[in-house]
Design a protein around this ligand. Structure first.
Ligand code: F6P
Length: 360
């Protein structure tokens, strides 16, 4: 067993409800084990600048369990290795500077809470010699190797409530309402919120859609007497033979930003059905606000397990949820892969059998 006296904790990538619950669990469990915790601000950037880290005591994390966001701040950058670091002392290579500061701060290990991008960066630093453990975070639920991540349940709950609200106005005006949800290249949020909200069509990236088939299914509903429809569109959904709806192309250090899928589909549906359509983009509302009870407990479990792995010297691993257990999974097996919705997923099959259109 390694001697662990001082560890750092950081949050990277887009925020997700539950980040603070992980930090709180890390600080409380580590402190109780006699380990000092240093909170590192703004992902790995906090390791570059000495003034951007601070000791976290149990008192510092009191009351944060129910808060969205992250008390440490975060940055969502594609590849920090690509950018040189300018400091008053000169220009540094990002990775060298992080390694140097890790030593200078006398840290014994690091807990990196983040999505696929942050975990990939963490894996690089692990290979360069930093003993660390990853904690998966994403509202998208697309991290490979874990059945679930905190943040997803909160995002789905919010999207479901939004769909409930749209139902009443859609029905009053006999319109087609489209709801665009996040999820990047995976349709988990769209599928779960769509089913929970009783959507009539759900369009996900895993199943490119034929808008004529979606229109046909909505017309059939109309013939049965239902004169309004709800269509949930994942931001990564695209028509068969068409391309992703992108609002900003990827550029150095930044991933591409998706958006516009619901408008694209809604305009076509309006033309094909002759009905009034409106679309709503839920956007970052899905990432804000308090985590649900499920996300708070999962995040707390992840935080406690991460400290346990560190104390046992299980570095280079990610805490993963394999119900009913939490297990360590090598980061090398996780990075560079995306967990998409399997086409034989029972929820997808059930939705189909219930008559939900996936546009195929
Ligand atoms: O990965 C989480 C996520 O919210 C995606 O669902 C979405 O595509 C992206 O981040 C948005 O990123 P940003 O906060 O940089 O706009």
């Amino acid at each position: 067993m390694p001697t662990i006296k001082k560890i750092g904790v950081l949050t990277g990538g887009g925020d997700a409800p539950g980040l603070n619950a992980v930090i709180r669990a890390v600080v409380k469990t580590a402190t109780n084990a006699g380990v000092t915790v240093i909170g590192i601000e703004d992902s790995f950037d906090g390791l570059i600048y000495p003034e951007r880290s601070r000791v976290l005591t149990p008192r510092d994390v009191t009351g944060i369990l129910r808060l969205g966001g992250t008390i440490l701040g975060t940055v969502n950058r594609g590849d920090p290795f690509a950018e040189p670091i300018e400091t008053p002392k000169g220009t540094f290579n990002y990775a060298d500077r992080v390694l140097e500061m890790f030593q200078q701060m006398e840290l014994d290990a690091l807990i990196c809470i983040g999505g696929d991008g942050t975990l990939a960066i963490a894996h690089e630093f692990y290979k360069k010699g930093i003993p660390l453990v990853g904690v998966p975070k994403t509202i998208d639920n697309d991290i490979y190797g874990t059945t679930s991540c905190f943040g997803f349940d909160t995002a789905v709950s919010f999207a479901t409530e939004a769909i409930d609200r749209l139902h009443t106005t859609a029905e009053a005006h006999r319109r087609i309402m489209l709801v665009e949800v996040m999820g990047r290249y995976a349709g988990w949020i769209a599928l779960h919120a769509g089913v929970a909200g009783g959507a009539d069509a759900i369009l996900i990236p895993e199943i490119p859609y034929d808008v004529a088939k979606v229109a046909e299914s909505l017309r059939a509903r109309e013939e049965r007497g239902a004169r309004f429809s709800i269509v949930v569109v994942a931001e990564g959904a695209r028509p068969i033979g068409g391309s992703l709806s992108v609002v900003e192309e990827a550029h150095i250090g930044h991933a591409e930003r998706l958006g516009g899928a619901a408008k694209l589909c809604g305009d076509e549906l309006g033309r094909l059905t002759g009905k009034e359509t409106r679309h709503v983009v839920l956007g970052h509302l899905q990432r804000g606000g308090a985590p649900t009870a499920f996300d708070r407990t999962l995040a707390t479990r992840f935080g406690g397990k991460a400290v346990e792995l560190i104390l046992h010297g299980q570095f280079g691993k990610m805490v993963a949820n394999h119900p009913p257990d939490l297990v360590p999974v090598p980061l090398g097996e996780v990075v560079g892969r995306t967990k998409l919705v399997p086409l034989d997923y029972d929820l997808l099959q059930t939705a189909r059998m219930m008559g939900v259109s996936f546009g195929d």
